[in-house]
Design a protein. Sequence first.
Length: 307
Amino acid sequence: MILGYHRVGTAGWDPAGLTVRPDRFEQHLERLLRFGTVVPLGRITAHLAGEPLPRRAVALTFDDGYRDHLTVLLPLLERYQLPATVFVTTGSPGQFFWWDELGALLDPAHRLPDHVDLDGLCDPRAGRHEGGAGASTLGASVDRVRLYHEIADRLGGAPPELRRAALNDLRRWSGPGPEPPGGARALTGAELEELASSPLIEIGAHTVTHPRLADLPSAEARAEIEDSLRTLRRLTGAPVTGFSYPQGSTSAAVRQTVSSAGALYACASQADLVGARSDPLMLPRFWPGDFGGGRLSRWIHARWYGL
Ligand SMILES: [Zn+2]
C-alpha cells in the first residue's frame, strides 16, 4: 500500500483537504507501525521486479514539496525512524502554491464582494475585464467549498500566466486577503537540500509548474518533466528516479516521457493497492484525511481487505 499526503501542519480553512494536523499524523505513524511495516517506496517498486517485501508493507509519499515537509514532517519521521518520499514541484521555490493562495482568498472568514465576474476567469478567449454578463453572485450565502472547487478546477487547467492573472483579479475583487500559513510555502533550494540530506527522505519530481500533463503539448510536457528532474538532481546531488503526476494527470505519452527522462517509477492518484502486476509508472495510492489514529486503523483495514 502506498499512502499519499500533502501537508502535515496547521491549516487554516482547508477546502481541498490537503493538510493533516501533526498530532493526528503522529497517530497515523503509530497505527501504521502496529499494522505492518513502513518501507521506502523503492522497496515496493523493487518488489514489482521480484524482490521480497515484508508483510503488510506501506510506503509514505508527500506531494508538492512544502516547507513543513522539512519543519514538521521530518522531525516526526525521525522520531519514529520511518522513511518517506517527497515529490517536489520546482518552479516556485519559497512561494505559495496557487491552490493555497486561492484557499486563503476564499476563506469564509474573509468577506467577499457580492458580485464578481468568474466567467472569463482563466479563459484566454474571454475578455477578462469586461464584467457584467458573466457576473456570479457571491456574498455571504455562497457555498465557499463549492466555489473553491469550481475556480480551482479552472485554474488547474490553465497556463501559469493565466492562473497568475486570475488570482490577481480575485485579489482585486476580494480586497487584500489572508495569506496561507507559512508552512504552506514551497521549499526553497536550501530547505530542499536540507530535507534531501536526511537518510530517511527520498526526493522525487512533481514537474515545474504543476500542470495537467496529459493536456499539454508534448514539448511542454517534456520540459516540465525533464526540467524538474534536472533541477532536483542538481540540488540534491542524487539520482532522482521517482515522479508523481500533478493532479493525477497522465497518459501513455506522458509515461513514455517520464521513463525516457530517467524516472524508474511514478505515482498516480487512483486509489488502489499495489499488486504484483501494477505498472511501476502508474502506482496507485490511498489518501488519508485529517483524522485520528482509530479512524485511520479502520480506514486502512477497509482498504487492505477491501471491506
Ligand atoms: Zn501536487
